[in-house]
Design a protein. Structure first.
Length: 457
């Protein structure tokens, strides 16, 4: 699906009409990228549910009064090196730019990673486009940039009308920018314009200068659009959350229900010894650090298990398995997401986590009683067992693949028109949907390597 200010172009079997004035939940609709790392031509990930007849228990959120439904969870599958992580990196880059670009020095370079394998793209701009709903409005935010400048930036909204309305746009023309402001933009728009440098975003700068009319889209991108790398468990974040007795009980119950045998979680908190930092930093930097960090605490977490004699046995994270630590680290961000209605994007969710536990996490997001604010989860994986037993709807599955030139493509399973009862894992492993590594010459490559190795004197 793609939506622009003038026309709605939907994927086959998807809705052809979006009228969002009753949108009550903050949700991601779609995200597009072009010329970013291994991604060349524009690729779009859409969370719009298809019109195919699928099980719908909590997997989709109907928009009252409109012919559109959004998915609460999506899986992106692909081989190692296919570009899954680059999709997540693009999302993280957009979020970081919106949040931080106004704080940049005018001489700072923009973090820019074009596709360097395709010669025609090495000097071309990178572009992002995100479509999301927040407070009964659908926003579309677009930007293009290179290492030196933001070359184009545009924010539009859709409320009761069938067409997007421009809130603001800026486009580099020669050495200067052409700005167009819509009627919905209120406040010191010219002041924000003059304060926006070539390497910063107008959306970021306006919010830095306390814009009220641009606050909502800024808040969704910087707060509701969350990234999580499961290869680096956020145990510190979850530990901090568990300093609350209520949160600790919730996380312990969650881990217990996953059959991990954890009875309770205890967190011991003490004041952080700042003497070492004081010695390393200049006094003025140390004072600034403390002021920004606030009250510094050291926290030790213990997983309480039950011994064979019925006694409580405290276990440190080092005593526990990688899988237990991964689930504990994931628990904090997940509950935060559910409580606030965030969209969380997780790279390689099944790192050290059993596929059945991944199913449990999807079940939580699919349960309206547990996911009352219709939070969303988007995650990548290369575990084909997740396709078994038709657990996922066909419109929940996406594939990444790479061309012979190393260019990533992103394709929904529905584009392959699979039957409802089709064996998806078998189809994927046999290459029907792409995204699988070609390993036919691996053995021969090792044989050749051994021959060459023997020739080395």
């Amino acid at each position: 699906m793609r939506i622009d200010p003038n026309i709605h172009r939907m994927r086959e079997n998807q809705s052809c009409q979006i009228l969002p004035h009753l949108f009550g939940f903050p949700m991601l609709i779609e995200f597009s990228i072009s010329n970013f790392r291994s991604i060349g031509a524009e690729q779009t990930l859409s969370l719009v549910a298809s019109k195919l007849k699928e099980k719908s228990t909590g997997r989709e959120v109907a928009v009252p009064g409109f012919d559109i439904k959004l998915l609460t969870s999506v899986i992106v599958l692909g081989k190692n090196g296919g570009g899954k992580s680059n999709l997540i990196a693009a999302m993280a880059t957009l979020r970081k730019m919106v949040e931080n670009s106004a704080k940049s020095d005018a001489k700072d370079k923009i973090e820019w990673h074009p596709n360097r394998l395709v010669s025609t793209l090495r000097d071309k701009d990178t572009s992002f486009r995100i479509l999301f709903s927040y407070k009964e409005t659908i926003y579309q935010y677009e930007l293009s940039f290179n290492s030196e400048k933001i070359t184009e930036e545009k924010l539009s909204s859709l409320k009761k009308s069938k067409r997007f309305k421009n809130i603001f746009s800026r486009k580099l023309q020669g050495k200067s920018y052409r700005y167009i402001f819509g009627n919905e933009l209120k406040g010191n728009k010219i002041v924000w314009k003059n304060a926006t440098t070539d390497n910063s975003l107008y959306l970021s700068t306006a919010n830095f200068l306390n814009s009220k009319s641009l606050r909502d889209p800024y808040v969704w991108i910087t707060e509701y659009f969350q990234m999580y790398d499961s290869s680096h468990p956020a145990t510190g974040y979850t530990t901090k959350q568990c300093t609350s007795e209520k949160n600790s009980e919730v996380v312990a119950k969650f881990l217990s229900k996953l059959d991990l045998g954890i009875k309770r979680i205890d967190v011991k908190e003490s004041d952080f010894d700042t003497s070492a930092l004081n010695d390393l930093m200049k006094p003025e930097l140390f004072s600034e650090f403390i002021n920004k960090a606030g009250e510094l605490k050291e926290r030790e977490v213990a997983f309480i298990r039950t011994g064979d004699d019925g006694s409580d046995v405290p276990m440190t994270p080092n005593d526990e398995s990688t899988g237990t630590n991964a689930l504990f680290g994931l628990a904090g961000p997940l509950f935060d997401t559910l409580q606030n209605g965030y969209c969380v994007v997780i790279d390689e969710i099944n790192t050290s986590i059993h596929p059945l536990i991944v199913h449990t996490l999807i079940d939580i997001f699919s349960n309206p009683d547990l996911n009352r604010k219709r939070a969303q989860i988007v995650f990548t994986s290369h575990d084909t067992s997740l396709l078994r037993d038709h657990y996922f709807r066909r419109d929940q599955v996406w594939f990444v693949d790479k061309s012979q030139h190393g260019e990533t493509s992103l394709t929904p399973l529905t584009d392959f028109s699979p039957r409802k009862d089709e064996a998806l894992e078998k189809g994927y492993l046999t290459g029907r949907y792409g995204g699988v590594p070609y390993v036919g010459e691996v053995v021969r490559a090792f044989e050749k390597s051994e021959e060459l190795w023997r020739e080395i004197p």
